[in-house]
Structures are given as structure tokens and as C-alpha cells.
Design a protein around this ligand. Sequence first.
Ligand code: SF4
Length: 337
Amino acid sequence: MTFPVDTLGRPIHDLRISVTDRCNFRCTYCMPKEIFGRDYEFLAREQLLSFEEIERVSRVFVRAGARKIRLTGGEPLLRKDLEHLISLLSAIPDVEDLTLTTNGSLLARKAEALKAAGLNRVTVSLDSMDDTVFMAMNDVGFPVQKVLDGIEAAAAAGLSPIKINMVVKRGMNEDSVVDVAEHFRGTAHVVRFIEYMDVGTTNGWRLDDVVPGREIVEMINARFPLEPVDPDYRGEVAQRYRYRDGSGEVGVITSVTQPFCGDCTRVRLSAEGQVYTCLFASQGTDLRAPLREGASDGELDAAIAALWIRRGDRYSEIRTSQTVSIKRKVEMSYIGG
Ligand code: SF4
């Protein structure tokens, strides 16, 4: 079978599916309250792809080469009966990895059911170990301990290896880097430190807000010596490091200071069925209309192949202060990061 490759020779490997644009947090870098307030109009139920529609589209992408599926949001665990979707997706042959990114708030309650439905593992966002900092970032007063309870429940349910994602923003939580590393050192969980990115247009991003991955590694290395590890597979976004004393591993995702577009094999599906070939795209391609108008599998396969072979995205490699402010980009809360 031949799979489509884009104009830069990149195949499709990772499919990221947003199942809702809603979230119960208001992280200042993602869904700032001033914009996503009471009057904000989220997608209506009938606009969302149904679970059966998501399954059908997923099969199209798997036929086009995708082997990894990640569910995102908003906060994916807010979507009712998500376990049902997971059981549909876990039955698709050739899906090698089925995972989910969550803020962890509902994980303690849901971990077992998610595992039973066929989810392999989870990635949990956690931006600090310090309640004051964490609450200021999530902006809804959510405490660290509840996220830790979720992580523990996920580990107990066997949703591992668990990854912990920490977005590092200058002046906001850089002092938490070593604390978070220390907390998870000696566990099987892998913390990934993510450079703060200019996703969307609502978070007022500035280059000065970015703490470069190099600096993050230096901070941790000064306290707990690290050494680099080779990537696992083409397209792996995190640069990996392990503690020299054997007490585990961390990663840094340097999308701003050392972009990795050359190996970007990710495609994103929004909750309403728009396909985005880059996190920084301003426009998607609608799949919901053809789906609901009765397109055949062959027609959907052809539509995805045609879209992918035209793809030339490499936003992070061509980012300048101008692209940041001029280009209209899809919001992270809509497309799932
Ligand atoms: S900027 Fe776009 S093409 Fe580059 S790595 Fe990110 S999602 Fe992929």
C-alpha cells in the first residue's frame, strides 16, 4: 500500500482529534477569560462530529497511514461518554497507539473506564507544583493535588507510560521547572517541558515570554545531571534526556527555538470536522459536509490524499515577529495543541 506524502516528503503518522472546544480551565496562555468568558459562543452539539463520524474519519486517516491517535479538546473528558468513542477507535486495526491529553481534573473519576474502553495511555498537563502559581495559570482556582490524584489514578489503572506536559512561560512558572522535574523523578512518568508558543491570536504571545529549551535543560541539569537520549521514532517532538543516576527521563519541546517541522507528521481534526495540516494554520478543510452528504469511503480517501500531497506547512521554521502578529491562526482550545 502506498501512503500519501506531502511536498516535503512527510507522511501522515499522528492524528490528533479534538472532541470538544470547551474546557473547565481558563489557562491564561490558551483560553484567557477576557475572550472565553460567559458570552463566548462554543460549538453547538449538532455542529460537533458524532462519535460514529469521528470513527469513520479516523479510518480514512488510518488508511492514509496514521498509526497514532490522540484525543484532545478543549478538555476531552468533558465530552459525555467519551469511553464509547475510545472503544470505537480501539477497534480500528493498525492503530498502534491510542492516547489522550487532559488537564487531569476529571481523570481520577474516569481513569478505569478509559482503560477498560481501550485507551493505552494519557498525557496530563501540569504547569507547576505550587498552588499559587498553578491557580493563577488555570485561572479557575484548581489545586495541584487534584491533578496529582488524577495522575495516580491513571497509573493505577495502567494508563502508562504517563507523560506530564508543562508549558513554561517566562515570569510565570519558570521557577517551577526544577520542582516539577523533582516531583516526578524516580517515577515512570516522563515530564515534557514545552516552550510557550504563539498558538492562536488571543494569548498575546511575545518572544520574550519564551524560556528556551536549552535554558530549561540547564536548570534541571544543574540540580540533577542529565544526558541526551536518541529519539524513538521519526517525528518525535520532544528532545529526550535521562538522569545520569538512572532515575528516569524528561523531554523538552522546543517548537520556538529549534523547530521540528521537517519531521512533522501530524494532522489535526477539529471537533466540527475541519482538518488542519498545521497547528498554526488559519484555515481548515471541511470534512463534515461531505460526510453528512453521503460521501463514499473512496471519495473521503481521495479528499485526504489530495489535501496531504499539497501540504507544505513549516510555520515554526519561518516564524518571525511579523508572522506572529499578522497571521490569523486557529486557537489551541479549538484544535487541541
Ligand atoms: S509549525 Fe506546523 S508544520 Fe511545523 S511542526 Fe508545528 S504543526 Fe508541524
